[in-house]
Design a protein around this ligand. Structure first.
Ligand code: PLP
Length: 395
């Protein structure tokens, strides 16, 4: 008999994928322009021009054997150095090439880190609302998911709740800011409070508690909002970074893990990461894209396009009576459903061809996520349907 757990995962698609697939079928039936698909976090902004330029330069000028060959398992040394230099320039974190491990995006960064850190039965705290795949990744590493509930309405971390959820078995805490699905950026005050708790709990239980910073949306912030760099607040930090959203390259599968050099036992944790990558069969991150990243350090997508979408959607929806947190980053709007059951709300929205994601699997019930990484016109075209939906509830 094959593995039952894997069968369960494969036969039950994530709700996001489920809705995304429905949208494609529905678009075939009534036309793509009449389906308001806000289901998936696929970047809608073009990658920076430097990316295609770098690909062409590399393909035309470099040795194909090297360019398409294996790199060392942890990634090409010159690529890791370029990334470490960039981190140090931006955050002064004192990271070296040997603290960087190249990965196939944030999902790989997380699965490798969790596999490296957790022993069977150990606990990993996640802050609701959280990216649904955390549960899959943690359980696959034989860990136990412990959910910390947020401060109502603001969706900032409730530090009292966090404190109550940390036990002797807590090995890691995952923090995701800017957050998927809320778009909330955790404030520096929150970060300080969280890391103070973790430091105290480490003392109390006499073992490290690792802070995993899941940062695929770090660069997607609006106005003068800044995202504190967690290594500068807490020594036992591992950053799981990805270029999927930062450079609009989700299909290219490229990212990295950065292990804080100030971490207790940093070198050995790095070796455990190498071992986890090996055991999971990653071999190495895509070679061509490692080089592309090195050549385009500092490149950025135009975040203002997302900001414009956010403003149109947030302003209109709040005017129609929807309740939502104003997101400071990422490309999601977290909206209170107009009835307690987010699935029923989802079904009613679907009748108006609006496809949003109910957030029960993200650890918060009664909310839906609207991914506004879409063409601006889709948002504008969907507004009358959102308005009609609100009016239907107000009748
Ligand atoms: N973490 C969060 C919070 C995400 O939203 C995503 C993707 O949507 C990932 C990790 C995985 O990103 P990647 O495509 O880089 O694997």
């Amino acid at each position: 008999m094959f593995n039952e757990k894997m069968y369960a995962l494969g036969s039950k698609r994530s709700i996001i994928r489920e809705i995304f697939e429905y949208c494609k079928t529905r678009a075939g039936e009534i036309g793509a322009d009449r389906v308001f698909d806000f289901s998936i976090g696929n970047p809608s902004v073009e990658p920076p021009a430097e990316i295609s330029q770098a690909i062409c330069d590399l393909v035309n000028n470099e040795s194909s054997v090297l360019l398409h060959g294996y790199t060392s398992a942890q990634g090409d040394a010159s690529v890791r150095k370029a990334i470490a230099d960039e981190i140090n320039e931006k955050f002064g974190a004192g990271v070296g090439a040997n603290n960087i491990y190249m990965t196939c995006g944030a999902a790989a960064s997380l699965t490798i880190s969790l596999r490296a850190l957790l022993n069977a039965g150990e606990e990993c705290v996640v802050f609701a609302p959280f990216f649904t795949e955390y549960r899959v990744f943690i359980e696959n590493a034989q860990g136990r998911v412990v959910v910390s509930t947020p401060t109502p309405k603001t969706f900032q971390i409730d530090t009292k709740d966090l404190e109550s959820k940390i036990t002797e078995k807590t090995k890691a805490v995952i923090m995701n800011s800017p957050n998927n699905p809320s778009g909330v950026v955790y404030s520096e005050e929150t970060i300080k409070a969280v890391t103070d708790i973790l430091k105290r709990k480490e003392q109390e239980f006499s073992h490290p508690i690792y802070l995993i910073a899941d940062e695929p949306y770090r660069e997607l912030v609006f106005g003068d909002v800044t995202v504190p760099y967690l290594m500068n607040y807490y020594d036992n930090t591992i950053v799981c970074y990805s270029y999927s959203k930062a450079l609009s390259l989700p299909g290219e599968r490229i990212g990295y893990i950065a292990v804080s050099p100030k971490m207790q036992d940093s070198e050995n944790v790095y070796l455990a990461i190498c071992g986890a990558g090996r055991s999971l069969g990653y071999v190495c991150a895509p070679s061509l894209f490692q080089q592309v990243i090195k050549k385009t350090i500092g490149a950025k997508v135009d975040v203002n396009i997302y900001k414009e979408n956010r403003d149109i959607l947030y302003n209109a929806l709040t005017e129609y009576g929807y309740e939502c947190v104003q997101p400071d980053g990422a490309f999601y709007l977290f909206v209170k459903a107009l009835e307690d059951d987010a699935y029923k709300f989802f079904e009613k929205a679907k009748l108006k061809e609006i496809l949003v994601v109910p957030c029960d699997d993200f650890g918060v019930s009664g909310y839906v996520r609207i991914a506004y990484c879409v063409d601006k016109q889709r948002i504008i075209n969907a507004l009358p349907a959102f308005k009609a939906l609100a009016e239907e509830y107000n009748k």
